[in-house]
Design a protein around this ligand. Sequence first.
Ligand SMILES: *Cc1c(COP(=O)(O)O)cnc(C)c1O
Length: 371
Amino acid sequence: MQIPFGDFKRQYIELQRELDDAMQRVVQSGAYILGPSVKAFEADFAAYCETPYCIGVGNGTDAIQLGLIALGVRSGDEVITVANSGVPGTAAIIAVGAVPVFVDVDPHTRNMNPALLEQAITPRTKAIMPVHLYGLMADMPAIMAIAQRHSIPVIEDVAQAQGARLAGARAGSIGAVAAFSFYPSKNLGAIGDGGALTTHDSGIDAELRKLRVYGWERKYYSTVASGINSRLDELQAAILSVKLRHLEASTARRVQIAAYYNTQLADSGLLLPQTPAGYAAVYHLYVVQTPMRDAYMAALKEAGVTTDIHYPLPTHHQPIYTQYAPSWGLPVTEKQAQEVFSLPNFPELSDAEVEYVATATRQARLSVKGK
Ligand SMILES: *Cc1c(COP(=O)(O)O)cnc(C)c1O
């Protein structure tokens, strides 16, 4: 059996009638830019995230960049974040002229370690950006307490955690502003690029609505200087509204697959994902850890199971970003980059495919041991 790591087309086929109808309505309406579909999706997604405001933008990286600008982050300011989440957040920090300051992650949750946060704060720190990695929220109560003590705003990177909860609160409803991506692989994914921000603050909402259209307050009249063009597309918004109606069900399927792996792989020799009490994870990725990673991945490839590494090279080890390697070192981030890999977990996997992945992973252990 060949198991893909993901398959965007399967979700389209499952929802084809609804999606085709939604797309046709946009095409026939003639309203293509910031029209009724974006407005409707923003209202739906704000309600889903349990925040008063949602602003649709072009993609997740733009969402982070615009969120930072709306928080007042400017050239030379510092933004504290993590180095284990791929590079988009760091690229956005650098795009606004700011400096990324990396803190290490917790070995169990793989998210920003709040115990290491305070040492990284300086008078130039203008924002703190935790990433809710793999679908598990960062320790927001601890991060918010430190941020509030220092009067530093928090921007949540929710690209991988649409719908996750911590102590009842939705991802994206806690910080001053939150950034989402609707890249097709995300838990809520478009058929192309898309992004959004959520906030409780009407001032930040108003600012973001200008920033995404060149800085225009109203047509042809600019009142902010750092505006760009980053609008959520009407077609993508219509598609996202359809998919949002199915998000709870598709999340439940990801959680079900993860729970199955957790029981089936208990003796697989792998460190399995851990969800602390009070957290509802949405398993954007099912990430396991072992010093024998390469051998496991090779055995799984042999069995036809596609795996991936999220992420192989931490941000501060990217050749263009080595100047941002912090003096305090990031040992947990570095160890995980060498040891983690991800098993296929997407809602459209069949039960037979999921069983096959689990069996192949258990068998991989035997072949790894024999080496
Ligand atoms: C996908 C992702 C982004 C970037 O989103 P794009 O829509 O591709 O720009 C940012 N942060 C994290 C953690 C992501 O997974």
